[in-house]
Write a protein that binds this ligand. Structure first.
Ligand SMILES: *Cc1c(COP(=O)(O)O)cnc(C)c1O
Length: 404
């Protein structure tokens, strides 16, 4: 039985801490990580949780307990990771378009650093030479991902150094004597076709020939999880078998063994999260029936930003007759969570829950419309704990400098 919270647990948390409320289920995170460990058991694999998906410090600590490492995209995420107790070597810092000072800060903290453009590689080489092993982020020019906004490996993407610039990379590496320990790619999010990863791996093997001291290949992430009831997730077991085969063949051919690294974000924390809101108004118009809830894209932006589908259920009336609703938020802007959804009859005051709310939910929330950010709750071993207080009115004024 997959790990799941019950409606009663969600209603209880909403009654205690109010809504809108993010609720996370610790055991689900553990289950997902174990799936990956199992799928890649035949490989020399390491998993770096891409924490930009959900950075609550308790979640970072949990992920560490469960045996994952950490992938960070900003120096502050690196500092959060160290605060959570990760060793520097358990952290991979993968920034994009940051200044050299931020890269130096990562190096000063002793974490693994991933460099994604040639000008920074030159500066890195001039300053550090071979004194600090480094990873290079490549752009393999593979178009993949659930949505253009979350595709990062294609020709127009700002991420990584093009594989066609390998000659230039080599020049910089040789002339400044850089120790390249890893090669990295990350082609996007929500990739269900395992061949995309295998295709990327072939490109990485090809590029690996240029780096005799290489220790690992990092395939990034993009593992898809089910959002809709009939959605297909990335078949990590099949991928694991094929990756193991590919590495065995590579080792035989080249006489050296490499580690494989992954950076799952969504895969680890999407399904652990539940976003509970309250139906404020039922509004019948000439076109549809709206359910207006006490939240908006200021709290969960994925539907408006990525056209993401989040399953929604009425946990206060799970046996009511099904009706068709358009679910909207309370923001003064078009703010639609879902069109034409079959939901058990909604009455004003009912709690609705959005599933798959762990990844890029709270993390992308804002104070737009001067609304307060929601609270976060963690349920572990059945115990319910508040892990972030709801914003208060004072928070809206906190960093403002009143000069008038
Ligand atoms: C966002 C990101 C990830 C995680 O992607 P998911 O689709 O959430 O798994 C991994 N690696 C890098 C470099 C990223 O920027």
């Amino acid at each position: 039985m997959p790990q799941q919270l019950t409606n009663e647990q969600l209603i209880d948390a909403a009654n205690r801490f109010g809504t809108p409320l993010y609720v996370y289920h610790a055991e689900k995170i553990e289950e997902q990580l174990n799936r990956l460990k199992h799928a890649f058991a035949a490989c020399n694999a390491k998993f770096f949780y891409a924490c930009k998906s959900l950075t609550n410090i308790n979640v970072l600590k949990l992920v560490k307990q469960y045996g994952a490492n950490l992938d960070c995209v900003s120096i502050n995420e690196v500092k959060l990771g160290l605060h959570a107790g990760f060793e520097p070597k358990q952290i991979l810092f993968t920034p994009n378009c940051v200044d050299f000072e931020e890269i130096e800060a990562g190096i000063a903290l002793g974490v693994n650093v991933n460099i994604d453009n040639i000008s920074m590689l030159e500066r890195f080489g001039s300053k550090y030479g071979n004194s600090y092993p480094v990873c290079i982020r490549l752009n393999p020019h593979i178009m993949a991902g659930g949505n253009f906004k979350i595709s990062t490996g294609h020709i127009d993407s700002k991420f990584g150094i093009s594989i066609h610039q390998m000659r230039h990379i080599e020049r910089v590496v040789k002339s400044t004597n850089i120790h390249v320990a890893g090669l990295h790619m990350h082609t996007g999010s929500e990739i269900k076709d395992v061949n995309v990863f295998l295709q990327g791996l072939e490109v990485m093997f090809e590029m690996a020939r240029h780096f005799p001291k290489l220790e690992f290949i990092d395939l990034g992430s993009g593992f898809k999880v089910p959002y809709k009831a009939d959605d297909v997730a990335t078949d990590v077991n099949s991928l694991g078998n094929k990756v193991a085969e590919a590495f065995a063949a590579y080792e035989k051919e080249n006489g050296r063994s490499l580690e494989i690294w992954f950076e799952p974000g969504k895969y680890l924390v999407s399904e652990c999260g539940y976003f509970v809101v309250k139906a404020n108004v039922i509004k019948q118009t000439t076109a549809t029936v709206f359910v207006g809830v006490n939240s908006g894209f200021n709290h969960l932006i994925r539907p408006m930003f990525y056209e993401a589908y989040h399953r929604i259920e009425n946990i206060s009336n799970p046996n009511g007759p099904e009706r068709i609703y358009t679910v909207v938020g309370n923001i003064c802007e078009t703010d639609t969570f879902a069109w034409d959804r079959k939901i058990n009859e909604v009455r004003e005051g009912d709690y609705l829950v959005f599933y798959n709310a762990g990844a890029y939910g709270f993390e992308m929330s804002s104070n737009f419309n001067s609304r307060l950010k929601p609270a976060e709750v963690l349920i572990k071993n059945g115990e319910v704990n508040l892990i972030r207080r709801r914003d208060e009115f004072e928070d809206l004024l906190k960093n403002q400098v009143e000069i008038l």
